[in-house]
Design a protein around this ligand. Sequence first.
Ligand code: C2E
Ligand code: MG
Ligand code: MG
Length: 458
Amino acid sequence: MATATVTDPPEGVPPVWGEGVWLHPREEDRLESLASYGVLESPTRPALTGVARLAAAVCAAPAAMVCLVDRHNQWFAATHGLSHSLIGTERIDSICSDAVATESTLVLEDASQHPRYAATALVSGAPHIRAYAGVPLIGRDGLPLGTLVALDWTPRAFSSDQVAHLEILADQVIAQLELQRADRASGRASEHVLSDALDARRLRRGIEGGEFVTRFQPIVDMRDGAVIAVETLVRWNHPDLGMVPPALFLPAMERTGLMIPLGRLVLANALDAAVHLGATLGVEGPTMTVNISGTELRSPGLAAVIERELGRRGLSPRALCIEVTESMPLPGSCAVRELERIRDLGVEIALDDFGSGTATLGQVSTLPATAIKIDRELVVGAEESERGRYILLSARDLARDLDLDYCVEGVETLAQRDLLLDAGIVYGQGWLFSTPVDVPPLTAYVADRGTAPRTRRP
Ligand code: C2E
Ligand code: MG
Ligand code: MG
């Protein structure tokens, strides 16, 4: 990664130098304020795309984005006019980080001529930013959370009117984030969803009306970024609430018996994406992984459905891996027999969330698993203490000794990636590489990074 050159601090509130970047003088308070908005739990905010589009329009610029500046990364919460699927960068490559550190609007007519920014990743490489106008997003604690930015690919000036309009739109971004924070703090968002979710008719209407959608997150070889598999994750594209994460509606789906049709929809989307990737890339696409709940396994017939759905699309069983997400019943139960049938088709079976408490050591020996996904908790633990590191290494050794494939989940930082590579764990999934995205950005991502031979899978 390129590094920004240290020059004199940018103008504005005097920043402090630390960890290779300029930091806001109240950096820890600022990070706490940002965390209180809950936006980093899922940094992509489709609801803000409209503001990004307006920002581009008022500046007569080809692109704009809402950028949130976290401790080590900048995340693009919403973008307009950016053709590739970037979701963020390291902070060291972030121009926005300086606008945040100084709480000041930053305008550059040509970033490639600026000693501090010329070598940063998005200036020296794609999308080759030239002109930049970023205004800080000031949260209700009076601390900057990120920026609203207009970008141009050729050098140019921004008028004072254009910058003033950006500042007005920045207030709109904050107003939206504030609404979400208030809902979150009062628990309203989840209550609202839950009251909807308790109604089986509403859920069924949602399924039939196409409100449940899937997003795809690559699992990569962390040594070179090649994609080895792709996890399919369901979301509720709720008309009032935007993208609702699965934790808020899956329990209700299970209770109302709608998990089966929802699971079928997710499986179909995953296999359709496999066909699309294969056709677009001209090679066998990466393995698609699908989460399967206990309810789905307990109702017999899943193996037959999988066989039929693969066959209909001319896909080999190697195109699919199922992730078992729940604590599983005893050996010999119908759920385990169904899993064995699925494995006998040649489909991979991964034990999800290994080490988190829901997936236990016992399950590794009783389930017909072919792979484990090491939970993010073990990665965080390994960063925090030597003891945590031993636990991570023992999960790796267990996988190796049982001849299971393995990967890790929830890799967010370069430091985590390096720690994992040092531990000989090479396959990982997490925001550092990509958040879950729709099929077109996924296709661009896979085309860009390539796929790796499937010697080891998650
Ligand atoms: P999971 O299968 O362990 O999926 C990984 C979760 O971690 C996803 O949350 C993903 O968005 C999130 N994640 C990815 N990278 C990072 C990262 O770097 N940091 C952090 N903190 N989180 C990251 P999501 O999409 O909210 O899904 C939550 C759980 O819901 C899944 O956990 C899975 O158990 C369940 N789920 C999701 N989709 C389905 C589905 O179609 N069917 C079933 N039965 N369960 C599903
Ligand atoms: Mg999973
Ligand atoms: Mg998991």
